[in-house]
Write a protein that binds this ligand. Structure first.
Ligand code: SAH
Length: 197
């Protein structure tokens, strides 16, 4: 059976986005019911959220639905599609585990909810920022899957911008809120990849 190696990555990516939306749907509704006590949404934070969404989502969508970026296409091969798809599946599983562990403490941005609890169990035992691991794996998966230099690289650049602008702020916010408890947690965990970083 011959696959259309140009069309297939687009279909896989769209299925991934729908699956991701389904995974986030319930946590979104549930966590909204808990009031936010502290908002740390700085201008830098808003800017980085837009850059991240553009790189991970909007640019691939533009590539899929228009011909504007077609000048940057390259010929795809089956191996890269398999690697990319595998990474996107890993990313979805990571998103599910993080939502399971974080529950109502989750938010899109840097917020602390009322009666915020520090989560260090489940996947949070392994690393401090497993949801960001999931986003990195998404960006890497898209890089392998999408045979276009702009749409393939935009997720790494977009999410990379958010990650490096946010992670220091987030850890400072958590330290201010949870003090020694968070410092001890930082000592025994890495940020996104166990034993590495
Ligand atoms: N950085 C985490 C969470 C991303 S969601 C991850 O990558 O998995 C961002 C929100 O999660 C922040 O506003 C913060 O309030 C909350 N948060 C981050 N780490 C947390 C933890 N260990 N326990 C509870 N809430 C946490």
């Amino acid at each position: 059976m011959a696959f259309d190696l140009e069309l297939l990555p687009k279909i896989i990516w769209l299925i991934f986005i729908v699956a991701w939306g389904i995974i986030r749907y319930r946590p979104n509704i549930k966590s909204r019911k808990v009031a936010i006590a502290t908002v740390s949404r700085t201008l830098k934070e808003r800017f980085s959220m837009i850059i991240s969404a553009t790189g991970l989502g909007y640019i691939p969508l533009v590539w899929i639905f228009t011909d504007w970026l077609d000048g940057y296409n390259y010929t795809q091969n089956t191996m890269l599609i398999i690697i990319g798809t595998g990474l996107l599946i890993v990313s979805l599983r990571l998103f599910r585990s993080t939502h399971k562990a974080l529950g109502k403490m989750w938010s899109h941005s840097l917020d602390l909810r009322e009666d915020h609890k520090l989560v260090t169990s489940g996947i949070y035992e392994k690393v401090r920022h497993p949801m960001y691991t999931a986003f990195w794996v998404w960006a890497l998966g898209a890089f392998f899957l999408l045979p276009n230099w702009v749409a393939g690289v935009s997720g790494l650049v977009g999410f990379g911008t958010l990650f490096f602008l946010r992670v220091g702020q987030e850890e400072a916010m958590m330290k201010a809120e949870f003090g020694e408890e968070y410092e001890a947690y930082m000592k025994r965990t890495k940020k996104v990849f166990p034993n590495i970083y």
